[in-house]
Design a protein around this ligand. Structure first.
Ligand SMILES: [Zn+2]
Length: 333
């Protein structure tokens, strides 16, 4: 039984095929002519620290190379093929359409390009299905900084919901401003029937997990800091809101895998799903995430339950969920 079949939390810009990102960065003059691949690699990973502001810089480097329709298409195509080749049955790829408008694309065009790229790959690899999550962003000091862009993100996601887009998210600087200021945006998404997950309690306060639950999040991006207080943990356990756990991304290079709350959360009965977050930045893939957890004593049965949790928590339509469950049932025998 291969338990590494579903990834619900995977950022496009953090998971690009690096040789392609390098060549395209040269072509688009994102990096100086003459930059070697080794130098580029260093630019990508030199800032791979626990400091969130520095890690955001890496995303800026990647977003800079995803400003043309054909590049967004190609990136989504490549990532979908990679996931299929790694044996995944289903994944939700997320990106923020508002980060890809520097060269004149509209948010809708950017979202459509990613949908089209993933669909082209799915046509060649019917063994995998992909949904696209569009992210609203925490960009400035508070929610007012890019309110209009976030409203536009909601609007275009609503337009393409069921046509490749499956939901919304909020990503970026979790600690800037009052987290609850985003509530009206999520209320707007709810009015349009768009399901959403929210990055909460990753690098920010455990309180944000409670805030995200109050804002109607169907899933929590990370949510690991709910262990900061019994009150937060109880809310997670009682609501059974699925947590999108990404261990390698959280521990980065110098922290202790065993100290990560994932085992505690599984044993406490939280609805845990296992994901990669950023395959390049975290130097991982889904099989590695499952292998690392197994090495910490998480049983195959527990990992399988995480995969079943992910099938239940996916933002896909019911036809796809049934398709997925049939595949998992065949594997689980
Ligand atoms: Zn994330």
């Amino acid at each position: 039984m291969n338990t590494a079949r579903i990834d619900l939390h995977l950022h496009l810009d953090g998971s690009l095929y690096l040789p392609w990102a390098y060549e395209t960065s040269l072509k688009r003059q994102v990096i100086p002519a003459g930059t070697t691949f080794e130098q580029y690699y260093d630019m990508v990973f030199a800032k791979n620290t626990k400091d969130h502001s520095e890690s955001i810089t890496k995303f800026a480097l990647m977003c800079a190379v995803l400003q043309e329709r054909e590049d967004l298409y190609q990136a989504a195509y490549q990532l979908t093929v990679t996931l299929a080749e790694k044996g995944l049955y289903y994944a939700e790829i997320r990106f923020a359409s508002q980060q890809h408008t520097d060269h004149g694309l509209s948010q809708k065009e950017a979202l459509q390009a990613v949908i089209d790229g993933s669909r082209a790959a799915m046509a060649e690899h019917p063994e995998i299905r992909i949904g696209i999550i569009n992210c609203m962003m925490h960009k400035g000091e508070n929610a007012a900084a890019n309110w209009q862009e976030n409203l536009e993100t909601i609007a275009v996601t609503g337009e393409l919901l069921g046509k490749g887009a499956v939901g919304l998210d909020l990503a970026g600087f979790e600690n800037n401003g009052d987290f609850r200021d985003y509530a009206p945006l999520f209320a707007e998404a709810g009015k349009r029937g768009i399901p959403y997950t929210i990055h909460a309690g990753e690098m920010g306060l455990g309180q944000h997990v409670l805030d995200a639950l109050e804002m109607g999040a169907r899933r929590i991006g990370h949510g690991v800091n709910c262990v900061q207080k019994q009150e937060y943990l109880e809310a997670v356990l009682q609501s059974q809101v699925p947590l999108e756990i990404c261990v390698s991304s959280n521990v980065k290079r110098d922290l202790n895998y065993a100290a990560h709350p994932v085992r505690y959360l599984i044993n406490a009965g939280a609805k845990v799903t296992i994901n990669t977050d950023n395959m390049v930045f975290a130097r991982t893939d889904l099989a590695n995430e499952h292998a690392q957890l197994q090495a910490l004593g998480v049983s195959r049965e527990q990992l399988w339950q995480c995969t079943l949790n992910a099938a239940d928590a996916a933002f896909c339509d019911e036809e796809t969920r049934q398709w997925l469950k049939v595949k998992l049932a065949a594997e689980g025998k």
